[in-house]
Design a protein around this ligand. Sequence first.
Ligand code: AMP
Length: 423
Amino acid sequence: MAEIAAPRGTRDILPDEFAARRWLLDTHRTVAESFGYRSIETPVFEATELFSRGVGAETDIVEKQMFTFDDRGGRSLTLRPEGTAGALRAVLGAHLDQSVRPVRVQYEGPFFRAERPQAGRQHQFTQVGIECIGERSAGLDAEIIEVAWRFFEALGIRDIRLQVNSLGSTEDRARYRAALLAYYTPLEASLCDDCRRRLHTNPLRLLDCKRDIALVERAPLLWDSLDASSREHFTAVVRDLEAAGIDAIRNDRIVRGLDYYGDTVFELWHDTLQGAQSSLGGGGRYDGLAELIGFPATPATGYALGVERILMVARALGTVPAAAPAVAALVCSVEPAQAEDAASAARALRGRGVRTVLDVTERRLDRKLRAAGRIGARVAVIIGENEQTEASAMVRDLDERSQQTVPLAELTETVLRILGAVA
Ligand code: AMP
């Protein structure tokens, strides 16, 4: 029968990779917690409407990239393509914003998009993110950007290029839409198919076009449509970032591929990754999303970062810490007659926090010792007939190539001393 492979666009995370991933996720959680963000977890599938109404029916994500299916009752469900709509639904659904505002939450987990798989683009990928829900303030926009910045610093990733922009208010965007229509309508015949459609459905999306780049470059600038208070909000964000020692580059072309954003939007780029995949993540303010998904109007701001891409950068820069050996000790018996003594010695070691593998095979002793080296154990504990009779164990230091026989009562202290855990 044919071997079954992992589905296209997915990857297995094998043990060697897992330690680096854990380091990244733990670092994110620790940094977010240092700013008062608490962890949440939401379902990996949601009602399809959450995304078609929240992210926007005309966006690439909803139009082309969702894994959608019907449950047995005929309700449409979707594997979550992003985390903000679900996190907001969870926080507002539980009324967390009624006791404290803003509510600060952080999350990590799998997300799903049916994009053409390539380096840095998978069908299943992992994001870490934070959401700050319940207040409208430039200070909070700057805060979430600072969390991301400190996260990259903690990972040892420098040279992040922070791109920020303002999408302004609903009125600003209506003005901008009119400006875009005035610019694009006379050019309609020369537009690509996607852009002709966008012209009638969602003109802001015209700026996402990767084909007519020259047209995009000459298009009107959103900044010119912003009113004084939108500009003031944006200027305050940049001022707060400067005060935090964070360099922000204003980039008029950052519009983000999701409809729910307004005012501040940003992306974090790194040059190690090329082209469209240079974005490690992004986010912004989404004051309008709560109402789109049926809740009272609630201002909020947040970001999401792609874990696989960040790991690619960290690996390229060599900032991933060396993984600690998974195993410190291997315990084995010389013959099956000592198997129980070996098992109880292994238990005693684990009880003192020593990562211990019990070799239960009936292989020859030299094979068992070779296996100990291969799994990275520093110490081998061997119990043969003599040791069994004397209630002792042979302890071999595999690095120093020395060995000693000690009473079982002193076994754990001896092993801990070799491992350097006891002076
Ligand atoms: P977005 O919500 O589209 O801005 O995505 C935020 C980040 O998630 C991106 O910058 C990527 O790092 C990551 N990401 C998004 N889509 C994918 C994907 N299909 N495969 C891998 N990472 C992705």
